[in-house]
Every structure is written in structure tokens, then in C-alpha cells.
Design a protein around this ligand. Structure first.
Ligand code: UDP
Length: 145
């Protein structure tokens, strides 16, 4: 299987509910390594840039307001099939449809309050990682002797 990187965001509802440690634990238990991380208060311009593909959709304005309502935790995850693995750990966009034991099933209250983001394809992952991190901010694992 391919080692991939993916961009993960713990959204403002996840941060305010103190779920950073719980969610990181799920990533690590699943074999996804956190190779970069930062906490950010997104500006409206950053949120609009990140979600540009959704501009014009009915939920867009609410999404931008939500994503800028408080700090987010942004991380790069690395591991086998990291993109699909992260989306499996997250669960579906609508938490009512998410499989039991997923982050969204366990903690999200609605589609527009769904705790986390994960890239959905390799091209998206590359673009989204570059949106938040320079190459030098990504720290792949090395054996420690
Ligand atoms: N979203 C929303 N209402 C919708 C669809 C999407 O509020 O009807 C928000 C939700 O926060 C979602 C984000 O927009 O996570 C991006 O939507 P996408 O379809 O890309 O879902 P995701 O990849 O995050 O599961």
C-alpha cells in the first residue's frame, strides 16, 4: 500500500470541546503519524481560500463564519492510504449517517458542525497541505536510537 499524506483540520467545534487529544489519539492508534501541526485562528480570507470550491453553495456563508468562529488545529497525517484512512476515522459529512465509532458519529452535532476536515483525494491533499504548510514545516519520522 502507498504511504500518503493528508491534510486534517480539527474545526472550531472540536477545539472548543477539548477534543484535540482524543482525536490525535485516534489518528495515532490507526497508524497515522502527525508529521506537522499548528493551531490557527483563520481569517475570513483564509477560510474563503480553503473552501473556494464551495463558493455559491447555500451553506458557504455559514461554513466561512463557522470556520472563523474560533481556533482550528491543522495537521498533516502520514501513513498507508492516509487519505482514505483519515476519512474512515472521521465518518461521513452528515454525522447522522456516520458509522459508529467514527469521530463525527461520536462528537458532531450536525453537518455544519462536524468537528473535522480531511482531504478527499491526492490532488486535494497536495493543495491543502501546501495551503497551510511549507515543506520545511513537515517533519517525517526518523528512527530514534
Ligand atoms: N457543509 C455544510 N452543509 C452541507 C454540506 C457541507 O455545512 O450541506 C460543510 C461541512 O462542514 C462540510 C464542509 O462543508 O464538512 C465541506 O463539505 P464537503 O462536502 O467537502 O464534506 P467533507 O469533505 O468535509 O466531508
Amino acid at each position: 500500500m502507498a504511504i500518503q499524506r493528508t491534510l486534517s483540520i480539527i474545526k472550531p467545534d472540536g477545539v472548543v470541546k477539548d477534543l484535540i487529544g482524543t482525536i490525535y489519539s485516534r489518528f495515532e492508534t490507526a497508524g497515522l503519524k502527525i508529521v506537522a501541526a499548528k493551531m490557527l485562528q483563520l481569517t475570513t480570507e483564509q477560510a474563503e481560500g480553503f473552501y473556494a470550491e464551495h463558493k455559491g453553495k447555500p451553506f458557504y456563508d455559514g461554513l466561512i463564519a463557522f470556520m472563523t468562529a474560533g481556533p482550528v488545529m491543522v495537521q498533516v497525517l502520514e501513513g498507508e492510504n492516509a487519505i482514505a484512512a483519515n476519512r474512515e476515522i472521521m465518518g461521513t459529512t452528515n454525522p447522522d449517517e456516520a458509522a459508529r465509532g467514527t469521530i463525527r458519529a461520536d462528537f458532531a452535532t450536525a453537518t455544519n458542525r462536524n468537528i473535522c476536515h480531511g482531504s478527499d483525494a491526492p490532488e486535494t491533499a497536495s493543495r491543502e497541505i501546501a495551503f497551510f504548510f511549507t515543506d520545511s514545516e513537515i517533519c517525517p519520522r526518523r528512527e530514534v536510537v
